[in-house]
Design a protein around this ligand. Structure first.
Ligand code: SF4
Ligand code: MG
Length: 337
């Protein structure tokens, strides 16, 4: 169809001393031009590995074991490394919480930005520098016309992060992957950057994958959401449905742990007890059963499938609590008596 990105049953594994571990499995989603998908979960749930799989930045031990990642029909799981390098430069930009591809220490911010901008846009050096200053201003960098001639080491970590964001947005990528892009920044700057991403989406029809543990950011930015737990998608829905009618006990726990605006310091925040299981010790059955208040014996032994809720194919959940409804419906519709 009209999708820019189609991830289908992605499975990513890592080689370790103790053998192969599956880090992400059966991740499936689609993204239309100009659409934002939020990927949410605690750290260790497989959100970052999902995005690094799409970028094919899995290091020497990681690899895509199964599934496909189609960007405008081209399967990124299959293309050569040389072709992948072009995709990374031209079609997909990524912003990391801690930039892995950090700024080059031997060139000024301006040199790096101008080079990047001219690679993607038809600007003279002078026009590119003017545009770079504007982009730096838009991400809240004060005295941008001075800062642009500085070297990366003379900036604070937060400022460098903003420079990275300005660079990623300046090329107007078709797909922007943002992995906890604003977590380390203060609230005002965070709001400014989210606004900037929204206007980029409007102006350039950029699709965004917003990876975060912060449901406030999801509510602000996403059209649809997938919730990941222990390497699997446990729920997916449009953003309104997810907040209004969350089904999975994990999603409900995440939503209950959002601080309210009228938060006072005495109020105790709900937090989901326990922690995400490690890849080496993944529980059998439902992976959430060690933390779930509704777990039954079946949850301990049998792995729940990811199924549509009430026949709505846009809302899916991986939990035995909703299986009853599904099977009743199907018995009913296939009943011949
Ligand atoms: Fe909880 Fe069972 Fe649902 Fe898993 S399948 S989330 S353990 S109720
Ligand atoms: Mg992460």
């Amino acid at each position: 169809g009209n999708n820019i990105l189609e991830v289908d049953k992605l499975q990513t594994a890592f080689k370790t001393d103790k053998g192969e571990v599956i880090s992400v499995e059966e991740v499936t989603f689609q993204l239309e031009p100009g659409e934002t998908i939020g990927i949410v979960g605690e750290s260790g749930c497989g959100k970052s590995v999902t995005s690094l799989s799409i970028m094919r930045l899995l290091g020497t031990h990681g690899f895509i074991k199964k599934g496909s990642i189609k960007l405008n029909g081209k399967d990124l799981a299959q293309v050569s490394e040389a072709e992948m390098r072009k995709v990374r430069g031209n079609e997909i930009s990524m912003i990391f919480q801690e930039p892995m591809t950090s700024l080059n220490p031997v060139f000024t911010i301006g040199n790096q930005m101008v080079e990047l901008i001219r690679l993607h846009m038809d600007y003279t050096a002078k026009e590119a520098k003017k545009y770079a200053v504007e982009m730096l201003q838009k991400v809240g960098i004060p005295r941008a016309e001075v800062i642009i001639d500085e070297y990366p080491h003379s900036l604070s970590g937060g400022m460098r992060q903003r420079v990275m964001i300005a660079m990623a947005l300046s090329c107007k990528p078709k797909l922007l992957i943002a992995d906890e892009p604003t977590t380390a920044l203060d609230v005002t700057i965070q709001a400014q950057i989210l606004e900037l991403m929204k206007s980029l989406k409007k102006e350039s029809n950029t699709s965004i994958m917003m990876i975060t543990h912060d449901l406030g950011v999801i509510a602000e930015m996403a059209d649809k959401v997938i919730v990941m737990y222990a390497g699997q998608v446990v729920e997916e829905a449009d953003v309104f449905t997810l907040f209004d009618e969350p089904k999975h006990p994990y999603t409900k726990g995440l939503i209950e742990s959002i601080p309210h605006l009228e938060y006072d310091s005495d109020q105790k925040l709900y937090s989901i007890p326990g922690s995400v299981p490690t890849l080496q010790q993944m529980p059998k059955g439902c992976r959430f059963h060690t933390r779930c208040p509704y777990a039954t014996e079946k949850c301990v032994t049998d792995r729940p499938p990811h199924l549509a809720v009430d026949g709505n194919s846009n809302h899916k959940v991986r939990c035995w609590l909703y299986e009853e409804v599904g099977s009743k419906t199907s018995t009913h519709t296939s009943g011949s008596e």
